[in-house]
Design a binder for this molecule. Structure first.
Ligand code: DQQ
Length: 479
């Protein structure tokens, strides 16, 4: 157990100990990136929620700071829950809006401002005397009204708009809904008539995120679906005058279409980084192993390495994400393996030597003859990562890729692979999947085989980037 307690991961952000969930209010201030997060200071399970706080110069190396928000008022007695920051252009100072789970567990929105804006580390926060600043409006469930977004400036040039997620269970709609509020001073708010968007059947929308891409030509709407604990986004057009966002493709609407990630990745939140003029995305990576194991090791969850996110110029229909470039500053040595020929059924060990963290880039070219043969074979019913038999089920062109975190005997391995198949329409479709079914020999772990189709243009090589974070033992953890 002592050994377990000292286990840490690399790459990803984690507090020194205990439980963490959603990323909150990411922001950039006076040369520092700030990350807040839902944090239980006294255990490795969800509860006693506060806002943990850490800062970084480069989004990679973090300095842990004291808890920023405690549940010390009636309006957040059961926890300062998730929220977002908005940096006001007039003063350059951020404000935070967060959900309070009140002393009766209803959900209200609260305002907090820096106590000392001259402190670049923003260590102390003052809760507004006017709190709570937003109560659930008529018709909205007291327990279904949470996670305010970052504000965006309205076209009137004077007011701000924010979105808040809820659900509508009337008339069996079970709809996820995003409502919009207008404010001038972040103290008084007005519900904007109508709804930004709703999708029937998707249930409660947690941690809504809403942001422009492609210089504002399109807007991304993201919701975290409480029902299935997954993040879904969609690309669409925003009309402020009508208070409406409409998806480009109704069949790929929020909650039914695109996902940021097929692994554990929930309650994500983005922010605009003015220093590098990019949008950066954070997401909570929950544990796949048991609560008992979390308690034994003394901590639970990570924030996945932050990603830059932008509209995929190639397709215009989806986002592309990449680990922030600063991650590359962690590279200490490198090795190249070239011209490796992968034959059917073969597996080739790559000796990367001893390392606790590995950042791999791979590129695959498929033998033209194999593709030609695939095209002349009878078209199948298509392929699906989750039902395709995983990394062990061999097809004509796939699975091929990388097996990481393998032990000497390859009894354990995590396979990350491509699979090229003919879709039902006869066209080639490339799938990118990962298979956790042999990622550990422990039997109390959720092991998934997941992935999706990826767009590949003719002549494009298949490239993959994998950050492997190997558990290491920390010599000392200070509390
Ligand atoms: N986690 C927070 C809520 C949010 C949920 C509570 C999402 O504000 O809806 O810890 O994981």
């Amino acid at each position: 157990n002592d050994m377990l307690r000292w286990q840490r991961t690399g790459f990803h952000f984690q507090p020194l100990n205990n439980w963490m969930n959603d990323p909150n209010a990411p922001l950039y201030y006076k040369g520092w990136y700030h990350l807040f997060y839902q944090y239980n200071p006294s255990g490795a399970v969800w509860g006693n929620i506060t806002w943990g706080h850490a800062v970084s110069r480069d989004l990679v190396r973090w300095l842990h700071l004291p808890v920023a928000l405690f549940p010390d008022r009636w309006y957040d007695a059961h926890g300062p829950w998730s929220g977002s920051a908005t940096v006001l252009p007039s003063s350059g100072i951020p404000v935070i809006l967060y959900t309070g789970s009140t002393n009766s567990s209803s959900q209200v929105q609260n305002l907090a401002v820096p106590t000392d804006p001259s402190d670049p580390l923003l260590r102390r926060w003052s809760k507004a005397a006017a709190n709570p600043v937003i109560l659930p409006p008529a018709g909205v469930g007291l327990y279904d009204f949470r996670d305010p977004t970052t504000a965006w400036p309205a076209v009137d040039g004077g007011s701000w708009l924010i979105a808040i997620g809820t659900k509508d269970d009337s008339a069996a709609a079970h709809a996820g809904v995003a409502l919009v509020y207008r404010t001038v001073d972040f103290v008084k708010y007005e519900l904007v008539p109508g709804e930004l968007h709703r999708v029937v059947g998707t249930g409660m929308w947690e941690c809504v995120d809403f942001y422009p891409v492609s210089e504002g030509a399109k807007h991304v709407l993201k919701a975290s679906l409480d029902d299935d604990r997954r993040d879904y986004y969609a690309i669409g057009s925003y009309d402020e005058g009508r208070n409406e966002w409409v998806p480009d493709d109704a069949a790929a609407d929020v909650g039914v279409g695109l996902r940021y990630d097929w692994g554990n990745f929930y309650a994500s939140k983005s922010f605009y980084d003015p220093a590098k003029r990019r949008r950066v995305l954070w997401g909570w990576v929950g544990e796949a192993d048991s609560e008992a194991a979390d308690v034994r090791k003394g901590w639970a969850s990570l924030q996945g390495i932050p990603r830059t996110v932008e509209l995929d110029a190639k397709t215009g229909r989806n986002l592309v994400q990449w680990p922030v470039e600063e991650v590359e500053s962690l590279r200490m040595s490198s090795q190249k393996f070239e011209n490796i020929k992968l034959l059917p059924g073969s597996s080739i060990p790559l000796d990367v030597g001893p390392a606790t963290q590995v950042d791999m880039e791979g590129e695959f070219e498929i033998d033209a003859a194999a593709i030609a043969a695939l095209m002349t074979a009878t078209a199948g019913a298509g392929y699906n990562c989750s039902t395709g038999g995983g990394a062990a089920a061999r097809g004509a062109v796939g699975p091929f890729g990388l097996a990481v975190l393998a032990d000497e005997a390859v009894l354990e391995k995590t396979a990350v692979y491509f699979y090229v198949a003919r879709a039902a329409d006869g066209q080639l479709a490339t799938h990118f999947c990962h298979d956790e079914s042999r990622s550990s020999r422990a039997n109390d772990i959720v092991k998934s085989v997941v992935g999706s189709e990826v767009v590949v243009l003719p002549g494009e090589a298949l490239s993959v980037r994998i950050l492997v974070s190997i558990f290491y033992y920390s010599a000392r953890i200070s509390f």
